[in-house]
Design a protein around this ligand. Sequence first.
Ligand SMILES: [Zn+2]
Length: 317
Amino acid sequence: MKQLIKGLRRFKSEYFCTHQDLYAELSHGQHPRVLFITCSDSRISPELMTQAEPGDIFVIRNAGNLIPPYGATNGGEGATIEYALEALDVKQIVICGHSHCGAMKGLLKHEELRESMPLVYDWLKHAEATRRLIKENYSDRTGEELLNITIAENVLTQIENLRTYPAVHAKLFRGELKIYAWIFDIDTGEVKAYDPEQHAYLPPHAVLPPEEQDPEFATEFPGCSLPNVPTPTTSRTNGFIKELDSRPSIAASTPVPAYASAWQADSRGNTDRPDGRDTHGQDDGKGSYSLHSSQRHPMSRLSSAQLDRIYRGSGSQ
Ligand SMILES: [Zn+2]
C-alpha cells in the first residue's frame, strides 16, 4: 500500500496540479467519447495505452473482457453499457482483449475450475460460445497458438453478445454506433484491430474510415530506442510467434488464421510468413489494405450483412 499512497501524493502534486482546469470542467459532468471494455488484468491500462485523459473513456473491466448476453444476468455490465449509450451518448465501443490472458487460459481448461474457482467457472460460461467454437474448429492447435486464437475469437464473440443489448442494437441500426475489436500485445505494447472485411487483425488505423485517417498513421508504429530494450522480434516470449516461426511445414495452401497475420503485421499491414511466401498487404492508395487470400480467416462466422451492420456507422467523434 505504501507505493499506492506515494502514488496518490505524486498524482496530487504533479498531474492534478497541472490539470486543474480539466478537473474543474469534469466536476460539472463527463462526456466520454468511447466505451472501453477490457480485462481486469493488471498489465492492461486502457488510459495509459491510449494516452487518454480523465473524462475521455468510460470503462468496463472484468475477467476476460466478457459481456454477458442481454438478459443472461443482472450484472453491472448491462447497466454500464446502457448508461454509456443512453445517458452519455457514447458512439464508439472498443472491446479489447490481450495476450497472455489468464481468463482465456482458464476457458481452455474450464472444467478444471469447477471446484477450485466456482465463481470464475460460472463467469466464464459467458464465453461458452468462444470455447465451443475453439473446440470444434481449432482442435489441431495447441499451446500458445491455441491461446492466441482463443483470445482473438473471444473478442469477436463478445461483440456478438454486445449486439444483443437493445440499446446497442438500436443504435447500430441507425448507424449511430461503431464497435471495434482490439487486441493488446503485452510483449510489443501494440494494438491490433479486427477488420471485418478482411477477417483479420490489422494495425488499428487500418480499420478506420477515410475521414478519420491522419497523416501520422502513414508512419510506422514507433519502436523502443532505449538501450538494452530488445526489439520485438527478439524480445517476444510469445510462444505463438516462436511456434509459428518453427512451423515451416505449413502447407502452401493452408489458410493462415486472422490473428496470425495480425500479430505479425507491421504498421502498414505487411506480414512475413514463416514459409517465405510473399503475402505483403496491398496498399490501395486509399489508406486501406488488402491481404493475400491465404491470410484470411478460414472461417466466416458472420454474414456480410451482419458485419456491415456491426461496423457501419455515421461519422464518429
Ligand atoms: Zn485477461
